[in-house]
Design a protein around this ligand. Structure first.
Ligand SMILES: Cc1ncc(COP(=O)(O)O)c(C=O)c1O
Length: 362
C-alpha cells in the first residue's frame, strides 16, 4: 500500500472501511464456525441467517412495506433491462420510458425486443443535462409501466423526487443512488439496483417488487427470469451470490449504525455541495454538465476548457492519490463519484486540487 487513495470510481466503488475490516476479520472463519462465508452451503443455517438479515436490513433502511418482496438476483442491473419487459410487456402492449441519460437509453433497447415503447420524455436533444418535472410527464393510456432512472451515473443527473405514475406502475433503475437518501418505495411497483455503487460488490442486483406486479408474471416463464419463482424461492432458485449478499448485510448494518438514510442524505448533500461550489467558484474554468436543479449528489460531472487539460487533470489527480476521476468513455470530461462510503476529507482533497489546478492552468 502506498498511502491513502481516494477512490472516485463510478462502480464498483468505495465500500465502508469498517465493512471491509469486518469482512477481513471473518474471511477465514465466519462467526467462529471455522469456514469462510464463501465455502458454506447457501442452504446452511448460517447463510440463511445472513440472507434474512440482509433482507431485513434493506427493508428497515428503505422502509419497504410488507407487500413488497426483496430479492437479490444476478445478471446486474442490465439483466433487469430485459427481465422487466420480458415479464411485463408483451407484443401488443406498450410501456412508457423517461430517458434522462445513457442507462435509460439502454433499457429501452431491450424493452423494444418485447413490445411497444413510448419515450414519453427524453433529454437526449440537450445532451442529458436535466430531468423533467412531474407535471411535464404525460403517461400513455394503458401503459404497462413507466420506467425511469433515478440517477444517471454517466451524465450525473438525478431526480429530486420519486416519480408518481398516476396509476401507471412505476419501475425505477436506482442503481447509482439507492440507499443514498430515503425514498418512497410505495410510489413504485419495482425498484432495482446493481449493488456495486452503494450497496456492496458487483454480481448482486437488488430488486424490490410489489406483490401485485409479481401476480402479473406470465405462466410458464423461464425459471431464472421468473420474479414469482425467484420470490417463492427467496432468491435461492439457484446458488445466489453468497459473498455479495454477506457484504450487503454488513453494509446495511453499517448504515443503520450510522444514522440510516436520513443521515446519509445529509452527508451526501454536504459532500456534493463542496464540489459544486468549487465548480461554480472557478469562473468558468470548470463547467458543470448537469443543470443546477438536476445535479446528482452521487456523480459530479464537469468539463475543463480542453480535452488535453481534462487528461492532464485526471493524470495529475491520480498522481496525488485521487483515483478514478476520468469521465465515462462515452462522454469524456471529469466525473467524481462520491457514494455513501466516500469520505468528506476526500472531497475536500479534490476541491483543494481543483483550485490549485485552475490557478496553474487557468
Ligand atoms: C444507472 C445504471 N443502470 C444500470 C447499470 C448497469 O449495471 P450492471 O453493470 O450491474 O448491469 C449501471 C452501471 O453502472 C448504472 O449506473
Amino acid at each position: 500500500m502506498t498511502g491513502k487513495i481516494y477512490n472516485f470510481s463510478a462502480g464498483p466503488a468505495v465500500l465502508p472501511t469498517e465493512v471491509l475490516e469486518k469482512a477481513q476479520n471473518e474471511l477465514l472463519s465466519l462467526d467462529g464456525i471455522g469456514m469462510s462465508v464463501m465455502e458454506i452451503s447457501h442452504r446452511s443455517k448460517h447463510f440463511e441467517a445472513i440472507l434474512s438479515s440482509a433482507i431485513s436490513g434493506i427493508r428497515e433502511l428503505l422502509n419497504v412495506p410488507k407487500n413488497y418482496r426483496i430479492l437479490f438476483l444476478q445478471g446486474g442491473a442490465s439483466l433487469q433491462f430485459s427481465m422487466i419487459p420480458i415479464n411485463f410487456l408483451s407484443k401488443n402492449e406498450a410501456a412508457d420510458y423517461v430517458v434522462t441519460g445513457t442507462w435509460g437509453k439502454k433499457a429501452i433497447k431491450e424493452a423494444k425486443r418485447c413490445g411497444g415503447v413510448n419515450t414519453i420524455f427524453s433529454t437526449a436533444d440537450t445532451n442529458f443535462r436535466s430531468v423533467p418535472a412531474q407535471d411535464e410527464l404525460r403517461f400513455s393510456e394503458n401503459a404497462s409501466y413507466v420506467h425511469y432512472t433515478s440517477n444517471e451515473t454517466i451524465e450525473g443527473v438525478e431526480f429530486k423526487y420519486d416519480l408518481d405514475g398516476r396509476g401507471v406502475p412505476v419501475v425505477c433503475d436506482a442503481s447509482s443512488n439507492i440507499l443514498s437518501k430515503p425514498i418512497d418505495v410505495e410510489k413504485h411497483a419495482l425498484v432495482y439496483a446493481g449493488a456495486q455503487k452503494n450497496i456492496g460488490p458487483s454480481g448482486v442486483t437488488l430488486v424490490i417488487i410489489h406483490d401485485d406486479l409479481i401476480e402479473k408474471v406470465p405462466e410458464n416463464q423461464h425459471s431464472m427470469l421468473d420474479y414469482r419463482a425467484l420470490a417463492e424461492n427467496n432468491s435461492m432458485l439457484n446458488t445466489p451470490n453468497t459473498w455479495g449478499i454477506y457484504i450487503i448485510n454488513l453494509v446495511c448494518e453499517h448504515l443503520k449504525k450510522h444514522g440510516g438514510l436520513a443521515q446519509m442524505e445529509k452527508k451526501n448533500e454536504e459532500k456534493a455541495q463542496l464540489l459544486y461550489d468549487a465548480v461554480d467558484a472557478s469562473e468558468g474554468f470548470y463547467l458543470g454538465h448537469a443543470d443546477r436543479e438536476a445535479r446528482s449528489l452521487m456523480n459530479v460531472t464537469f468539463r475543463l476548457p480542453s480535452e488535453e487539460l481534462e487528461k492532464q487533470f485526471a493524470d495529475e489527480a491520480t498522481a496525488q492519490n485521487l483515483d478514478g476521476l476520468k469521465g465515462h468513455r462515452s462522454v469524456g470530461g471529469i466525473r467524481a463519484s462520491i457514494y455513501n462510503a466516500f469520505p468528506k476529507e476526500g472531497v475536500q482533497a479534490l476541491v483543494d486540487f481543483m483550485k490549485d489546478f485552475a490557478r496553474k492552468n487557468g
